[in-house]
Design a protein around this ligand. Structure first.
Ligand code: HEM
Length: 538
């Protein structure tokens, strides 16, 4: 059972009480005792020492001293809004998820973020943006914890601490505070060349979005949907903004970071306040669930790869509208806890090794960030489905559980036989075959292609977008102290495109290296350069 909201005396408790606090005719202590003076400490005479017996002073200072919680280890800087997701019902053939049924409306909370900056950093820095959505469905919470870039730096979660250490400020001088961290960042991405594709997206205009309202979102990993008949389909999730995709130019981003570091936060809040509710359409690319989990030669378990939309068009599933601002930033935006493991029946994970690590990491980090295991009870994290989880006690427990036998099955409390309802509405992991083999620390051969899609992305860019990418590489690498890091990055760019490499080398005043492997034979169709810019919303 969930937390009590009304005490035996009829007084509001728990969440209800939290809402009524900070109103009323009198100031009180946390214990509800009326306070007569909150401006002067209790002293032995007006100029005398402060007395230890001043419990109001001690309570007030003690609470203030503990107001801060740790910021997120990544994505610390963010902003969020409430809204609603209305499903078209078009996905029913591929998933039994009830919230994707025809005309179902589901409340949502969406948090946008930068990745590397601290909680107080500027909004318009060059970085990946987070796009995390919590769907409060009738079958439990589903979190789609995505980014505005469709690929990731690494293929295996074991490198996540490394890529983030490299991207965060240097350990000695804590510079830079909010952008790619120059020497260590470029050192990492030139040594781990699977990062080339994501880095190219970061150096493009996608790295400096104009507004959260004008960003695409991507689930990045391939997920597995299962329908009512048990048939599975592999999918990638996409959010398409109704306002289209728009970016700042670098000079604008720089000026705004100084003039209004809260630019994206302000833009989102003001738009919603003015009734200009931002909207995104959710869509999926679908792929047959084959044994090899490949599609047109692309490894669907490799998060450094996209599947071009000409090969698998994005099919619309429903419309997201953000229509309400948070009323308390801490209680909503800071305390919300997203987790890739929050899945509902009809949506399952795949064996992408990056996703496997995330499925561990979110819950783990939130135990320390939110102080123990009971953060699902925080108002913003509460599911809208009934909870009967047999969990008990722990730090910050606010529920008053009933019942004498907190385990199932039991013969004392009655009801809830073990796994009752498993066939009707339960989440059951899809019993897919797993490949047999030796236990190894090894990547599949398909993960070693690090350049073909980076080249595809570069070739799909218009002339002005290419200019921006060249300028971004030149500026960022120009900040590096280490010559070897610049040279190694140029060697990487030589494997992407000769012109790109030559222009950046010229900007840095360095020689142009030869490619170490033949350039990938990719030729994007004209449609590819339009990916994400046109969408049949209207
Ligand atoms: C936040 C871990 C990859 C999107 C976080 C947080 C951790 C984390 C620990 C902080 C969560 C919190 O304090 O509540 C990881 C690991 C990854 C990984 C271990 C890979 C192995 C990714 C990828 C994406 C992503 C590939 C996008 C598809 C996000 C977002 C947030 C986040 C959007 C912010 C959530 C919010 O707004 O509260 N990640 N992450 N992460 N991550 Fe990841």
């Amino acid at each position: 059972s969930g937390p009590e909201t009304v005490s035996p005396t009829g007084q509001p408790t728990g969440a209800e009480q939290a809402r009524v606090a900070q109103s009323g005719a009198y100031l009180t202590t946390a214990q509800g005792t009326r306070v007569h003076d909150s401006d002067h400490s209790l002293k032995a005479g007006p100029r005398g020492p402060v007395l230890l017996q001043d419990h109001h002073l001690r309570e007030k200072l003690m609470h203030f001293d503990h107001e801060r919680i740790p910021e997120r280890v990544v994505h610390a800087r963010g902003s969020a809004a409430h809204g609603v997701f209305r499903s078209y019902g078009t996905a029913q053939g591929v998933t039994k998820a009830a919230f994707l049924g025809p005309d179902v409306e589901t409340p949502v909370f969406v948090r946008f973020s930068t990745v590397l900056g601290s909680r107080g950093s500027a909004d318009t820095v060059r970085d990946t943006r987070g796009f995390a959505t919590k769907f409060y469905t009738e079958e439990g919470v589903f979190d789609l914890v995505g980014n505005n870039i469709p690929v990731f730096f690494i293929q295996d979660a074991i490198k996540f601490p490394d890529v983030i250490h490299a991207g965060k400020p240097h350990p000695d001088r804590e510079i830079p505070q909010a952008q790619s961290a120059h020497d260590t960042f470029w050192d990492f991405v030139s040594l781990h060349t699977e990062a080339t594709h994501h880095t190219l997206w970061n150096m493009s205009d996608r790295g400096i979005p104009r507004s959260y309202r004008m960003m695409e979102g991507f689930g990045v990993h391939t997920f597995r949907l299962v329908n009512a008949e048990g048939v599975t389909t592999l999918v990638k999730f996409h959010w398409k903004p109704k306002l289209g995709v728009h970016s700042l130019v670098w000079e604008e981003a720089q000026i705004i970071a100084g003039v209004d570091p809260d630019f994206h936060r302000r833009d989102l809040f003001d738009a919603i306040e003015a009734g200009a509710f931002p909207q995104w359409e959710l869509g999926i690319q679908t792929f047959p669930d084959t044994d090899d989990q490949m599609f047109e030669g692309i490894d669907l378990l490799d998060s450094t790869k996209i599947v071009p939309e000409e090969l698998a068009p994005v099919q619309p599933l429903g419309l997201l509208t953000l229509n309400k601002n948070p009323s308390n930033f801490f209680a909503e935006v800071e305390q919300v806890a997203f987790h890739t493991g929050h899945l509902v029946p009809g949506i399952d994970a795949t064996d992408d090794p990056l996703l496997a690590g995330r499925n561990f990491s979110y819950l783990d980090t939130q135990i320390s960030r939110l102080g123990g295991p009971n953060f699902p009870q925080l108002p913003i994290n509460r599911t809208h489905a009934p909870v009967n989880d047999m969990q008990r006690d722990g730090m910050h427990q606010t529920a008053v559980h009933r019942g004498a036998a907190p385990y199932k099955p039991n013969s004392l409390d009655g009801g809830c036989p073990f796994f009752a309802g498993a066939d009707a509405g339960a989440f059951i992991e899809v019993p897919v075959e797993v490949p047999a083999g030796r236990k190894v620390r090894e990547a599949p051969a398909s993960y070693s292609d690090h350049y073909s899609q980076a080249r595809l992305f570069w070739l799909s860019m218009s002339p002005v977008e290419r200019e921006h990418i060249i300028a971004a590489y030149t500026f960022e690498l120009g900040k590096c102290y280490e010559q070897a890091v610049k040279e190694r990055t140029l060697a990487v760019l030589a494997n992407v495109d000769g012109e790109l490499c030559a222009q950046v080398a010229a900007g840095l005043g360095l020689p142009v290296p030869d490619p170490s492997e033949p350039l990938a034979d990719v030729s994007p169709s004209p449609a590819l350069s339009q990916v994400g810019r046109t969408w049949p919303l209207d």
